[in-house]
Design a protein around this ligand. Structure first.
Ligand SMILES: Cc1cc2nc3c(=O)[nH]c(=O)nc-3n(C[C@H](O)[C@H](O)[C@H](O)COP(=O)(O)O)c2cc1C
Length: 207
């Protein structure tokens, strides 16, 4: 059956889309406000959109007519860190989604240590095996308080234990043990139980 989203409430549209566009990777974003107060929150409207330039996008929803702290902070500072989420940190990631008042440091609330980044003033989550230093390049207002942020990735941290070959940039992705968001309010997927399918060969040129 087809669902005409223009005839449905936004809530029902969200249920249909977020239940089917799965699994979604989780950007665990660390940002800071103009006074340098840190903030952390997860975002699953997130993915890689270009490799050259290296660009990721984040979809940030509104909150009762106001911006979420993450969106406001990214605009204020022009830099942020995306950390990826291994299963062992899933509960702490979830804890940072709590709708705290502005100014509450979710990193402290979730008992998460940070480590400095090489070129920006925002730290990464120390326990996360992957972190991306991000510089916003476009803010796209989507309407209804929703915003898409496209950002270039300046540098990537990967836990040494998951780097197979530094010179050739080979990563042991399964060793990262990352999780992704699924349907509903609390379903998640592991990035395991994989299967392999080589890309098809380039077809011979027709004469
Ligand atoms: C796994 C997960 C994914 C989420 N994805 C999004 C998202 O893509 N966009 C969004 O606006 N909120 C998302 N949220 C909710 C935010 O994390 C939540 O509103 C948070 O309090 C925002 O914090 P902030 O105001 O400090 O930015 C998600 C929550 C969870 C647990």
């Amino acid at each position: 059956m087809w669902f005409d989203l223009s005839q449905l409430s936004p809530r029902d549209g969200y249920k249909l889309l977020s239940s089917t566009i799965v699994p979604r990777p989780i950007a665990w974003v660390v940002s800071a406000d103009a006074n340098g107060r840190l903030n952390a929150a997860p975002f699953s409207f997130f993915n890689l959109f270009s490799d050259d330039p290296p660009v990721i996008c984040l979809g940030i929803m509104g909150r009762a007519g106001q911006q979420k702290d993450t969106g406001a902070n990214i605009r204020a500072r022009g830099e942020f860190v995306v950390n990826l989420v291994p299963e062992r940190l899933a509960h702490q990631m979830n804890a940072t989604a709590c709708e705290y008042e502005h100014g509450v440091d979710e990193l402290q609330a979730a008992d998460l240590a940070t480590a400095p980044c090489p070129t920006i003033a925002i730290p990464r989550i120390a326990e996360s095996p992957v972190a991306l230093e991000c510089i916003p390049m476009r803010y796209i207002e989507l309407g209804n308080g929703r915003m898409l942020i496209a950002a270039t990735v300046r540098s990537v941290y990967i836990d040494d234990a998951a780097v197979l070959d530094r010179d050739n940039c080979y990563v042991d992705t399964p060793a990262l043990g990352l999780v992704a968001r699924m349907h509903g309010r609390g379903e998640y997927a592991r990035t395991s139980n994989l299967f392999t399918m080589p890309r098809p060969p380039t077809p011979p040129a027709s004469s």
